[in-house]
Design a protein around this ligand. Structure first.
Ligand code: ZN
Length: 151
Protein backbone atom coordinates (compact mmCIF):
# COMPACT_ATOMS: atom_id res chain seq x y z
CA UNK A 1 0.00 0.00 0.00
CA UNK A 2 1.33 3.40 -0.94
CA UNK A 3 1.58 5.87 1.92
CA UNK A 4 0.00 8.45 -0.37
CA UNK A 5 -3.25 6.55 -0.52
CA UNK A 6 -4.44 7.71 2.83
CA UNK A 7 -3.57 10.08 5.59
CA UNK A 8 -1.45 8.35 8.17
CA UNK A 9 -0.95 9.42 11.76
CA UNK A 10 2.59 9.27 13.01
CA UNK A 11 3.16 7.54 16.33
CA UNK A 12 6.30 6.76 18.30
CA UNK A 13 7.94 3.34 18.02
CA UNK A 14 6.85 2.60 21.55
CA UNK A 15 3.20 3.33 20.82
CA UNK A 16 3.40 1.32 17.62
CA UNK A 17 4.75 -1.65 19.54
CA UNK A 18 2.04 -1.32 22.21
CA UNK A 19 -0.65 -1.34 19.54
CA UNK A 20 0.65 -4.20 17.48
CA UNK A 21 2.43 -6.48 19.93
CA UNK A 22 0.76 -9.78 20.45
CA UNK A 23 0.16 -10.18 24.17
CA UNK A 24 2.18 -13.38 24.45
CA UNK A 25 2.68 -12.94 28.17
CA UNK A 26 -0.98 -12.85 29.18
CA UNK A 27 -1.82 -15.47 31.83
CA UNK A 28 -3.91 -18.55 31.13
CA UNK A 29 -3.99 -21.40 28.64
CA UNK A 30 -5.93 -19.46 26.01
CA UNK A 31 -5.48 -15.98 24.52
CA UNK A 32 -7.93 -14.48 22.05
CA UNK A 33 -9.34 -11.26 20.65
CA UNK A 34 -12.95 -10.12 21.02
CA UNK A 35 -14.71 -10.99 17.78
CA UNK A 36 -16.03 -8.16 15.58
CA UNK A 37 -19.67 -9.05 16.17
CA UNK A 38 -19.20 -8.50 19.90
CA UNK A 39 -17.21 -5.29 19.40
CA UNK A 40 -20.13 -3.89 17.40
CA UNK A 41 -22.50 -4.96 20.21
CA UNK A 42 -20.30 -3.14 22.74
CA UNK A 43 -20.47 0.03 20.64
CA UNK A 44 -24.25 -0.24 20.54
CA UNK A 45 -24.43 -0.90 24.28
CA UNK A 46 -22.33 2.18 24.99
CA UNK A 47 -24.14 4.40 22.47
CA UNK A 48 -21.12 4.74 20.20
CA UNK A 49 -21.16 5.01 16.44
CA UNK A 50 -20.39 1.74 14.62
CA UNK A 51 -16.65 1.12 14.09
CA UNK A 52 -15.59 3.53 16.84
CA UNK A 53 -13.56 0.79 18.52
CA UNK A 54 -10.68 -0.26 16.30
CA UNK A 55 -8.22 -1.58 18.87
CA UNK A 56 -7.96 -5.32 19.47
CA UNK A 57 -9.64 -6.20 22.75
CA UNK A 58 -7.61 -9.13 24.08
CA UNK A 59 -8.60 -11.63 26.71
CA UNK A 60 -6.89 -14.58 28.28
CA UNK A 61 -7.98 -17.37 30.53
CA UNK A 62 -8.16 -21.10 30.99
CA UNK A 63 -11.08 -21.54 28.62
CA UNK A 64 -12.57 -19.37 25.89
CA UNK A 65 -16.21 -20.26 26.27
CA UNK A 66 -19.01 -20.04 28.81
CA UNK A 67 -19.31 -23.47 30.39
CA UNK A 68 -23.11 -23.19 30.38
CA UNK A 69 -24.06 -21.84 26.91
CA UNK A 70 -20.71 -22.15 25.06
CA UNK A 71 -20.67 -18.48 24.05
CA UNK A 72 -17.12 -17.26 23.46
CA UNK A 73 -16.25 -14.94 26.32
CA UNK A 74 -15.34 -11.43 25.18
CA UNK A 75 -15.17 -7.81 26.24
CA UNK A 76 -18.93 -7.74 25.70
CA UNK A 77 -19.28 -9.84 28.86
CA UNK A 78 -16.90 -7.51 30.68
CA UNK A 79 -18.70 -4.36 29.54
CA UNK A 80 -22.20 -5.68 30.18
CA UNK A 81 -21.18 -6.95 33.63
CA UNK A 82 -19.55 -3.64 34.46
CA UNK A 83 -22.61 -1.66 33.38
CA UNK A 84 -24.64 -3.52 36.00
CA UNK A 85 -22.27 -2.33 38.69
CA UNK A 86 -20.59 0.89 39.66
CA UNK A 87 -19.00 1.78 36.34
CA UNK A 88 -20.78 4.18 34.05
CA UNK A 89 -20.74 4.13 30.28
CA UNK A 90 -18.36 7.05 30.21
CA UNK A 91 -15.75 5.27 32.30
CA UNK A 92 -15.93 2.16 30.15
CA UNK A 93 -15.48 4.25 27.01
CA UNK A 94 -12.35 5.71 28.56
CA UNK A 95 -11.04 2.27 29.43
CA UNK A 96 -11.56 0.99 25.91
CA UNK A 97 -10.42 4.04 23.98
CA UNK A 98 -8.16 5.76 26.47
CA UNK A 99 -4.54 5.50 27.45
CA UNK A 100 -4.76 2.65 29.90
CA UNK A 101 -3.07 -0.23 28.17
CA UNK A 102 -3.74 -2.90 30.75
CA UNK A 103 -6.86 -3.50 32.72
CA UNK A 104 -6.45 -5.97 35.52
CA UNK A 105 -3.80 -7.86 33.59
CA UNK A 106 -1.84 -8.57 36.73
CA UNK A 107 -4.74 -10.20 38.54
CA UNK A 108 -3.35 -13.44 39.94
CA UNK A 109 -6.70 -15.18 39.95
CA UNK A 110 -9.83 -15.12 37.84
CA UNK A 111 -11.44 -11.75 37.22
CA UNK A 112 -14.28 -11.32 39.70
CA UNK A 113 -17.94 -10.46 39.18
CA UNK A 114 -18.07 -11.39 35.53
CA UNK A 115 -21.20 -12.82 33.93
CA UNK A 116 -21.95 -14.29 30.52
CA UNK A 117 -23.80 -11.85 28.26
CA UNK A 118 -25.64 -14.77 26.69
CA UNK A 119 -26.97 -16.75 29.63
CA UNK A 120 -25.98 -14.86 32.78
CA UNK A 121 -23.80 -17.65 34.20
CA UNK A 122 -20.78 -16.59 36.24
CA UNK A 123 -17.53 -16.67 34.25
CA UNK A 124 -14.94 -17.97 36.65
CA UNK A 125 -11.81 -18.67 34.63
CA UNK A 126 -11.07 -15.44 32.75
CA UNK A 127 -7.57 -14.41 33.81
CA UNK A 128 -6.99 -11.08 32.12
CA UNK A 129 -8.23 -8.57 29.64
CA UNK A 130 -6.06 -6.09 27.86
CA UNK A 131 -6.73 -3.03 25.78
CA UNK A 132 -3.92 -1.66 23.68
CA UNK A 133 -3.13 2.00 23.63
CA UNK A 134 -5.14 3.39 20.78
CA UNK A 135 -3.23 6.63 20.54
CA UNK A 136 -4.66 7.83 17.25
CA UNK A 137 -8.21 7.50 18.54
CA UNK A 138 -8.12 10.43 20.93
CA UNK A 139 -10.46 12.65 18.85
CA UNK A 140 -12.90 9.73 18.52
CA UNK A 141 -12.81 9.16 22.28
CA UNK A 142 -13.58 12.79 23.04
CA UNK A 143 -16.44 12.77 20.57
CA UNK A 144 -17.93 9.62 22.10
CA UNK A 145 -17.77 11.04 25.61
CA UNK A 146 -19.31 14.30 24.43
CA UNK A 147 -22.18 12.40 22.82
CA UNK A 148 -22.75 10.39 25.99
CA UNK A 149 -22.91 13.55 28.10
CA UNK A 150 -25.63 14.92 25.87
CA UNK A 151 -27.91 11.97 26.50
ZN1 ZN B 1 -23.30 -18.36 28.88
Amino acid sequence: MSTNDRKTVQVSDEVFRQVYDSPASLPGKEKWVTRDQDVRAIEELLGMKPLTIGAPLWLSGDSRTCRQCRRETSWLDIVSSALKKVHGKEMIAEVILGERKFVNVEAPHAVADLFCHGCGAAITDLRSFKCHNWAYARPALLEVIEQMRQR
